[in-house]
Write a protein that binds this ligand. Structure first.
Ligand SMILES: C[S@@+](CC[C@H](N)C(=O)[O-])C[C@H]1O[C@@H](n2cnc3c(N)ncnc32)[C@H](O)[C@@H]1O
Length: 243
């Protein structure tokens, strides 16, 4: 059987499949923008960066940005997204995060969107990310709360779909409580969060990305003016490491 790291790399080398749902990327990008508004950053880590669209916009107020991803194809797109004027302050690393020996207490902003569902150990990921932050450093991390009612609906829907089309790739089920407790045990405090739903269940194909973006914003607002948050299963958190 293939190990998880090989499976996740294979999955995300197919960038077209992931980028089909690009309205989510737009929401993630705008959430990070809102959470970091007015902030000047010294050393930023975006891991996993995917195509870099979430963090590259921060380059005009960042001294150094490191993009890490296990998918070479994602990073090939990211490199094209970095304008020549910012190339000197951007480092792009194609590697498994867990195989890297990054310096502890080194980053004032760490962005980790879309990874908790894909790793061998969510706890190891949360502990490792916490260690990388400087005191007072910020962590922006996304998780789909496995114990939210909407996640149960999604799992039921996917379960039915799998009866017809077998999918071997399994996502981790990580709860909001687990993320919040683990990070708090790592000396991080929760500053705020923004919640919405990533999935339109079986209705996804009925709407364009533009329409899905518009519907999401109408119902959930944005990170500056969130609405109906208790209905959202997908959490983007802003945590701060205590000094
Ligand atoms: C759902 S995508 C998220 C990408 C981006 N953060 C975003 O929100 O669009 C997950 C990414 O994690 C990367 N990835 C998965 N496991 C990884 C690992 N162990 N080390 C580095 N990158 C990894 C994949 O290649 C993929 O690009």
């Amino acid at each position: 059987m293939r190990d998880r790291t090989t499976a996740v790399k294979e999955l995300f080398e197919d960038t077209a499949l992931y980028l089909t749902y690009d309205y989510n990327l737009q929401i993630r990008k705008e959430t990070v923008e809102a959470f970091t508004s007015g902030l000047h950053c010294t050393n930023v880590l975006d891991m996993p960066s995917g195509t870099g669209v979430i963090s590259i916009p921060l380059l005009n107020r960042t001294e150094k940005l490191t993009l890490i991803d296990i998918s070479a194809n994602m990073l090939a797109i990211a490199k094209k997204n970095i304008s020549a004027e910012y190339a000197h302050k951007t480092e792009v690393i194609n590697a498994d995060f867990f195989a890297l020996n990054l310096q502890d207490n080194a980053y004032d902003l760490v962005i980790c969107m879309g990874l908790l569902a894909h790793v061998n150990s969510p706890e190891q990921l949360l502990n490792r990310l916490s260690g990388l932050l400087k005191p007072n450093g910020l962590l922006i991390i996304q998780n789909t709360n496995a114990s939210h009612f909407y996640s149960y609906l999604i799992r039921m829907y996917l379960g039915l779909k799998n009866l017809v089309r077998k999918q071997s790739y399994k996502l981790n089920k990580v709860t909001a409580g687990f993320v919040e407790n683990t990070l708090q045990n790592n000396n991080l405090e929760l500053i705020k969060s923004y919640r919405y739903n990533q999935s339109f269940l079986g209705f996804s194909n009925l709407f364009s990305n533009e329409k899905k973006y518009k519907l999401t914003r109408e119902f959930f607002g944005d990170a500056t003016k969130p609405k109906n948050q208790s209905f959202g299963s997908d959490y983007t958190y802003l945590f701060k490491k205590k000094s």
